[in-house]
Design a protein around this ligand. Structure first.
Ligand SMILES: Cc1cc2nc3c(=O)[nH]c(=O)nc-3n(C[C@H](O)[C@H](O)[C@H](O)COP(=O)(O)OP(=O)(O)OC[C@H]3O[C@@H](n4cnc5c(N)ncnc54)[C@H](O)[C@@H]3O)c2cc1C
Length: 339
């Protein structure tokens, strides 16, 4: 790179940093530097992030997202990071973290209104205590309500989309309420647009006896314990099941003899073959990706099927205003493992 080009790039970056700081300060929102995806995702790998911006209310989140859009600043939204594999490079965009936009779950009869950063497992417990059924199967999904809404998370016969009355979405810096009936809730995929910021939702649940709801939650928990690694650094199932086949990717990877297969600090879980877990301080996103690609290659060879990622791959060069990101491309599939 020429010296003049380097100087120009450095001054562009400084100007951009100043804009980001100013937008965050104006909205009264914390903005942090020096964070890494390794701290913010459940796989515990991934590179440095330019800025992490942490709004605490839905209005603040809508406002900063609107300002970033106006200023042409690239950003992506992150919940609990339990479904994201970010690469090891430096990510030069803003991560809009929704984890602090949690507030309280507000119950009113059969309805509960909750912000995007609220923990999904906690919501399930609180709903059960209130004697409200409809989400008890989701209690073991370790993410935020926003992340669950984004991809219509589901397990053990429940999907969040089935109980959504309205979703609050950020549009043009404002909070807009969208009826749940206007959203397509498909298998681990919705019609929300790439990069759309979800702020919260009102769910409509069904009254039932708390003991029965808790018993169903416990049953789902036991099934998870029996079939999935616990306490491991994972992102749940790495791949979708082959669409429309009724086949289980995990079972097929297991039958290929790949349980325990290792690349650097990434391992095919010996408990569930569709889980890639990371181990040790030196684990890298590139290890997990190399292992995943090895699985896909063997799967292609042995079954003639192209496995689709369920985990979202975040590349340092793909950000919202570049039309990138890898959220989309899903279709309705069936018979997926519960993860
Ligand atoms: C052990 C384990 C078990 C799992 N089991 C299941 C399971 O049974 N069923 C299942 O469906 N999933 C499962 N998962 C995957 C994951 O927990 C879910 O996908 C969860 O809903 C992701 O929520 P999150 O807050 O962590 O989202 P993130 O991982 O932070 O983000 C995932 C995607 O959602 C987007 N997003 C997050 N918040 C928002 C928002 N507020 N507005 C707009 N977009 C947003 C992000 O941009 C990203 O594209 C499992 C994961 C683990 C680690």
């Amino acid at each position: 790179m020429m010296v003049e080009e380097e100087v120009q790039n450095a001054s562009d970056a400084t100007a951009r940093d100043a804009v980001i700081e100013e937008i965050a300060a104006r909205a009264g929102v914390r903005a942090e530097r020096g964070r890494r995806f390794a701290e913010l995702t459940s796989l515990r790998v991934g590179g440095a992030i330019d800025w992490v911006v942490l709004p605490e209310t839905e209005a603040q989140a809508a406002s900063v997202a609107g300002e970033f859009e106006k200023a042409g600043i690239a950003w992506r939204v992150l919940g609990a990071g339990s479904n994201v594999l970010a690469d090891d490079s430096e990510h030069h965009y803003v991560v809009l973290s929704m984890r602090e936009v949690k507030g309280e779950a507000r119950f009113d009869g059969e309805r509960v209104s909750v912000s995007a950063g609220f923990s999904l497992p906690r919501l399930c417990v609180e709903a059960a205590r209130q004697g409200l059924s409809g989400i008890e199967g989701l209690g073991g999904i370790p993410g935020t309500v926003g992340g669950a809404l984004w991809m219509n998370a589901g397990a053990y016969g429940h999907e969040i989309g089935e109980v959504v009355e309205t979703v609050r979405v950020a549009r043009g810096g404002r909070v807009v309420e969208v009826p749940g009936s206007e959203v397509s809730w498909n298998y681990r995929h919705t019609s929300f647009r790439e990069g759309e910021l979800l702020l919260g939702a009102t769910l409509r649940l069904r009254p039932d006896a708390p003991e029965q709801i808790k018993a169903r939650m416990e049953e789902a928990k036991q099934k998870r314990f029996a079939t999935q690694p616990h306490g491991a650094r994972s992102a749940g199932c790495f791949f979708k099941n082959p669409p429309g086949s009724g086949l289980s990717t995990g079972k097929m990877i297991d039958e290929m003899g790949m349980k325990g297969e290792k690349r650097g600090g990434a391992v095919v879980s010996p408990v569930h073959a569709n889980f890639i877990v990371t181990e040790g301080e030196d684990a890298r996103a590139s290890d997990a990706l190399a292992l995943a690609e090895e699985i896909r290659e063997r799967f292609r060879r042995e079954h003639g099927v192209e496995l689709e990622y369920e985990v979202e791959l975040w590349s340092a060069t793909n950000s919202k205003d570049e039309g990138g990101g890898m959220k989309g491309e899903e279709e309705k599939t069936e018979g997926k493992d519960e993860s």
